[in-house]
Design a protein around this ligand. Structure first.
Ligand code: PEP
Ligand code: MG
Length: 584
């Protein structure tokens, strides 16, 4: 049955493929394709895992005391029955043989299929057996971890099918799109090198960190698609329109053809933009604009250079700290990561932001910090200052890496003068600690994120302490308008054009200019081509964004004459400009 779901468009482009439903609890499971000759070995891995669980349960049955409650013995019987059930075992074989999924992926995929069948059962008792099935699969997965090493992931992604093949609905070797209820930013990162051509999640706002990571991957994505993970079935054909936020499920051949055409248009546009790679970003009236990259992992920096970035304007270092079950990276590990990012930039500057966990970036998956309002809680610099020893470990690592290239050190979410003073004192202390150990370190420029309204309003006193500023519009908008950036229910109120936001931005830029200090913008607004002319009109000369956006923004820069923008920008600041003027 054809239907469409509307969500929030967060990463542009069109993805056409079959749905892979991944339960939030199974996003950690490896997803990769095996080679045809590995099929037997993968089936064997599942069989061994299953047999181990059968033995374990049978042992439990034997050891069960005679007076054990009847429910317990019945439960073991149910689990054993489910383990032998053809619906599970046959299905798993199907995914491995026909689709070349690795064993764990095949198992969790089949779990989703069978779980849906349980959901649809009339009988309540049978419906509740879904939980048993999930437990059984968990056990198999646990055993499989111990059973022989998984086969090496195949480096090759599935070959993209032609439109004709797509229309024929061939079941093998077609692109896949991932549909999940929720994905944390770390989960998303986990899928970075994966086989998926697109992403859909039920929850998430436009500038949630999950959306940001999706955008950085340059793969079409829609978040906030409400019940998508309920409505879409495993293996359904799905078209993700990452520009409009529309997800078409089981589309008709006409819709297929239309999107296939649009997909090719996007490709052509990309090829056209690639010609701007070596063109300097200078406006018609000769203003030189700095276009920098936002990165999440050290290995991203080389790709940033290839995309035309003249430096990294924001390295979100927190991704080094996430998903490690609390075991944070030590000084040497961080030092190596920062050195890798610096080396990848080949002499271009790298701005490393100190760790910004909390709010929608939990350190560990499923870890809720228990605070009522995490976005207003112990996140970013507050978290770092709450544990000065941990903070200085990071500072020492950055200072050491600064001996190998141009490094700027950026602090997130500062609001108070005493926070600034404590932060700078920790930097001095970190330097002194390195000196005491006779460890070489390099000079760094120090910068503050302006992402809390208090910081924007007090920007002149911030400038006394810092060499540069970076405007974090994602949070600045969230905190100015009191809109949770990761809540799709209020996403329509999240407005970068709100005059209050624009005035704060304008004032920060003007204050920096007056003192000859650089002001960059590294929030998502900086990479939004619809905003480029306005930001140039506000005086912004340094933009940091996902590498994939750089050439499109450059194209806007090349078309802009900043001398002609003053009157319109004045109207925008007053909230009087017609919205259509933005696009013209
Ligand atoms: C911002 O808030 O705009 C920003 C760049 O930081 P983050 O998105 O990581 O919070
Ligand atoms: Mg921020």
């Amino acid at each position: 049955m054809t239907f469409s779901i509307h969500g929030l468009a967060v990463a542009g482009g069109i993805a056409i493929g079959r749905a892979v439903l991944v339960a939030s609890s199974h996003v950690d499971v490896a997803h990769y394709f095996i080679q045809p000759e590995q099929v037997e070995a993968e089936i064997e891995r599942v069989r061994k895992g299953r047999n181990a669980v059968v033995e374990e349960l049978q042992r439990l049955q034997v050891e069960m005391p005679a007076d054990a409650p009847h429910e317990l013995t019945a439960l073991l019987d149910v689990h054993l029955m489910l383990l032998q059930d053809e619906a599970l075992t046959g299905g798993v074989k199907h995914w491995i043989t026909e689709r070349l999924y690795n064993a764990e992926w095949a198992l969790t995929t089949q779990l989703e299929v069978v779980a849906r069948q349980f959901d649809e059962m009339e009988d309540e008792y049978l419906r509740e057996r879904k939980a048993d099935l999930e437990q059984v699969v968990e056990r198999i997965l646990r055993h499989m971890k111990g059973v022989a090493d998984p086969v090496t992931p195949s480096a090759s992604s599935p070959r993209r099918k032609t439109q004709q093949e797509l229309l024929l609905g061939d079941t093998q070797d077609v692109p896949l799109v991932l549909v999940a209820h929720d994905l944390s930013p770390a989960d998303m990162l986990h899928f970075k090198q994966s086989v998926f051509a697109g992403f859909v999640t039920d929850v998430g706002g436009k500038t949630s960190h999950t959306a940001i990571v999706a955008r950085s991957m340059g793969i079409p994505a829609v978040v906030g698609a409400r019940a998508a993970s309920q409505l879409v079935r495993q293996d359904d054909w799905v078209i993700i329109d990452g520009d409009t936020g529309v997800v078409s499920v089981d589309p008709s051949s006409i819709i297929f053809a239309e999107y296939g055409f649009r997909q090719r248009q996007v490709e052509l546009e990309r090829e056209r933009l690639a010609r701007l790679l070596h063109t300097p970003a200078i406006t018609i009236d000769g203003q030189r604009i700095e276009l920098l990259a936002n990165i999440e992992q050290p290995g991203d920096s080389a790709a940033a250079v290839r995309a035309g970035a003249v430096g990294v304007g924001l390295f979100r270092s927190e991704f080094l700290f996430m998903g490690r079950s609390g075991k944070l990276p030590d000084e040497d590990e961080q030092y190596r990561a920062y050195c890798e990012a610096i080396a990848g930039m080949q002499g271009l500057p790298v701005t490393i932001r100190t760790v910004d966990v909390g709010a929608d970036k939990p350190l560990d998956k499923g870890h809720k910090d228990g605070h009522l309002n995490p976005a207003l809680g112990l996140r970013a610099i507050r978290w770092s200052l709450a544990d000065p020893a941990m903070f200085r470990t990071q500072l020492r690592a950055v200072l050491r890496a600064a001996a190998h290239g141009k490094v700027n050190l950026l602090f997130p979410m500062l609001a108070h003068t005493h926070e600034i003073e404590q932060t700078l004192a920790q930097v001095d202390l970190a330097r002194a600690e390195l000196d005491a150990r006779s460890v070489p370190h390099g000079p760094v420029q120090l910068g503050a994120m302006i992402e809390v309204p208090a910081a924007a309003i007090m920007v002149r006193s911030f400038l006394k302490y810092f060499d540069f500023l970076s405007i974090g519009t994602n949070d600045l908008i969230q905190y100015t308008l009191a809109i949770d950036r990761s809540d799709e229910a209020v996403a329509h109120l999240y407005d970068p054009l709100h005059p209050a936001v624009l005035r704060l931005v304008a004032d920060v830029i003007a204050a920096g200019q007056a003192l000859g200090k650089s002001v960059c913008m590294c929030g998502e607004t900086a990479g939004d081509v619809g905003m480029t002319r306005l930001l140039l009109g506000l005086g912004l000369r340094s933009f940091s964004m996902h590498p994939a956006q750089i050439l499109a923004v450059k194209q806007e820069v090349l078309r802009t004459d900043t001398r002609k923008l003053a009157a319109w920008v004045g109207q925008m600041l007053d909230g009087n400009a017609p919205a259509a003027a933005l696009a013209s």
